[in-house]
Design a binder for this molecule. Structure first.
Ligand SMILES: C[S@@+](CC[C@H](N)C(=O)[O-])C[C@H]1O[C@@H](n2cnc3c(N)ncnc32)[C@H](O)[C@@H]1O
Length: 289
């Protein structure tokens, strides 16, 4: 029950403006992964081996690590970096193949969990707390990973920045391994337009109202899941979570602009044979120069 007796000072005009479809790739006022209240809730979801909301299921992670490690013939000679590593679920599994594993993430909560977990298990994994769009690494890694459809969650200009950063960070011939969603995924998604009021939920620890809606931008083949969180004093936080959907030709063309060539494509990172009807793709791209 909501017991607050604070007077709400809500600017309905602002709310009305925010509820309209925004220009594609315009940012919200808050970054989902970096809000401390949300980060704590997200960490619990990452660690649930049966949930597919923040990380894939434990069984899928195991299959993907096995396939990627075998594909790359991963061994101690090879250095790899997992970008957006979260609490280190993949890094710890990759450590069975190479002792030269680095994870990078900008969530304090996830990185400190990953560091503690590695220490407790006596795994010598290097974790870096950093925004991967700011990384300044040159010629260090044999492979870089971005896993759980995070590449498509970037804004368009961020995708270009990240591809350049990864190209710089890789050694000649190094691999960029990642997964993305295809337009088939979007076609199967439900249109969401919903509101609710709660106390101490996912988005805010106090009483708040949530207005959530998704929008589609056919020209960019992108969708937006927008969440407006109205606090008990009438502040409105705006979260915008985009996803860009790729076909094989569109991702190939983007990678080529950044000196990568697609060596192999699968339906997923477990190595399922590629077919045009898949909602996801697992890409193994190689740095050409
Ligand atoms: C969907 S989770 C996936 C985590 C991990 N790859 C997995 O599959 O278990 C996305 C992660 O990427 C991180 N992330 C998103 N954007 C980032 C950025 N620009 N720099 C560093 N980390 C980022 C988030 O903090 C979050 O931990």
């Amino acid at each position: 029950m909501i017991t607050s007796n604070k007077k709400i000072n809500l600017d309905l005009n602002e709310l009305f403006q925010l509820a309209q479809k925004p220009p594609v790739y315009s940012k919200g006022t808050k970054v989902f992964w970096q809000e401390s209240h949300i980060a704590k809730r997200v960490l619990d979801v990452h660690l649930d081996p049966y949930s597919e909301k923040a990380s894939k299921r434990a069984e899928t992670i195991e299959k993907e690590v096995t396939f990627i490690a075998e594909y790359l013939n991963l061994n101690d000679e090879q250095a790899v970096i997992d970008l957006g590593c979260g609490p280190g679920l993949y890094c710890e599994k990759f450590y069975n193949y190479s002792k030269n594993i680095t994870g990078m993430d900008f969530s304090c909560n996830s990185i400190s969990y990953a560091q503690d977990s590695a220490k407790n298990k006596n795994l010598n994994i290097k974790y870096i707390h950093n925004n991967y769009l700011d990384m300044q690494l040159q010629n260090c890694y044999d492979a870089a990973f971005v896993i759980f459809y995070d590449f498509g969650a970037l804004l368009k200009d961020e995708m270009h920045v990240l591809l350049d950063k990864i190209n710089n960070a890789l050694k000649p011939g190094g691999y960029f391994v990642f997964d993305i969603l295809t337009p088939k995924y979007y076609e199967s998604e439900e249109v969401k337009s919903n509101w609710y009021i709660e106390v101490g939920g996912f988005w805010n620890p106090a009483a708040h109202m949530v207005l959530e809606k998704n929008f589609y931008y056919p020209e960019e083949s992108a969708s937006l899941y927008q969440i407006l969180v109205v606090s008990e004093i009438g502040n409105i936080d705006v979260y915008r979570i985009y996803q860009t959907f790729f076909t094989l030709p569109t991702i190939k063309s983007l990678l080529e602009q950044h000196n990568f060539i697609v060596k192999n494509v699968f339906n997923d990172l477990s190595g399922t044979t590629f077919d045009e009807t898949s909602k996801t793709m697992g890409i193994f791209a190689q740095k050409v120069r």
